[in-house]
Design a protein around this ligand. Structure first.
Ligand code: 13P
Length: 256
């Protein structure tokens, strides 16, 4: 059985006191929520809040902390960067790699992302590797091609044992922060395509072990329909993860 995962990517939101309040509200509700126990929950705040979130997550079953990015290099003179080892030393467990906002605003390319994935695995951090196409790419019907390239260029150097440690996330760029969600059919189609790619390259076992999350305007209203798709193993949530009630509703949205 694959892990069911709901990850909240807080992006560059919340001042410190607000972040403390938010993680407090989420953890108080989760502590008293046996229905959520078996779901892997990941809170992914801005770097300066990671340690605080890690502390708050103690005592909540299957609640983990992640970082939104990491350096591709190991250590040294890289002003402003945060290494995978530093993230690990804060006791976080996950790192988002290849988010479309990093790919487009910070020009991160396939090779940068490959190095970041390697850096994470070296530190036993789980990369949440994001892929997805822009609106123009979908309109020109090249979305499968683009997603296939994102995966093969940055991930297919890994061994099967390494690949099985990843979490993937399909986040169509046109759905991120726009209120335009992929339909469950569009999500399922792409998730199935990604899983078949993994199967072709690494075999059935690996393909069935890797959780593939959907992200892009996933919210308390549409999560049930998305999570009902056989190849959708959870969500990478932006805006709705900043609202405790909605985040918890999304965690409860898996089929019984
Ligand atoms: P939204 O849920 O705000 O669309 O953001 C999705 C996302 O980018 C998560 O990483």
């Amino acid at each position: 059985m694959r892990n069911k995962i709901v990850a909240g990517n807080w992006k560059m939101n919340k001042l410190y006191s607000e972040a403390v309040e938010l993680v407090d509200e989420i953890t108080i509700q989760l502590k008293d929520d046996p229905k959520a126990d078996d779901i892997i929950k990941i809170i992914i705040p801005a770097f300066p809040y990671i340690r605080k979130v890690v502390r708050h997550s103690h005592g909540v079953k299957n609640l983990f902390t992640g970082a939104q990015n990491c350096a591709s290099e190991e250590s040294g003179a890289y002003t402003g960067e945060v290494s995978a080892a530093m993230i690990k030393s804060l006791e976080a467990n996950y790192v988002i790699v290849g988010h479309s906002e990093r790919r487009s605003y910070y020009k991160e390319n396939h090779l940068d992302l490959k190095k970041k994935v390697n850096a994470c695995l070296e530190q036993s951090l789980t990369p949440i590797f994001c892929v997805g196409e822009t609106k123009e790419i979908r309109q020109s019907n090249k979305h499968y091609e683009v997603v296939a390239e994102q995966i093969s260029e940055s991930l297919f150097h890994l061994s099967a044992a390494e690949f099985e440690k990843l979490v993937l996330a399909y986040e169509p760029v046109w759905a991120i922060g726009t209120g335009l969600t992929a339909t469950s059919a569009q999500a399922q189609e792409m998730h199935h395509f990604i899983r078949s790619m993994i199967e072709k390259n690494y075999g059935k076992d690996a393909a069935h072990k890797v959780s593939i999350l959907y992200g892009g305007s996933c919210n308390a209203k549409n999560a049930t329909e998305l999570f009902a798709c056989p190849d959708v193993d959870g969500g990478l949530i932006g805006g709705a993860s900043l609202v405790p009630k909605d985040f918890i509703t999304i965690i409860h949205s898996f089929p019984k």
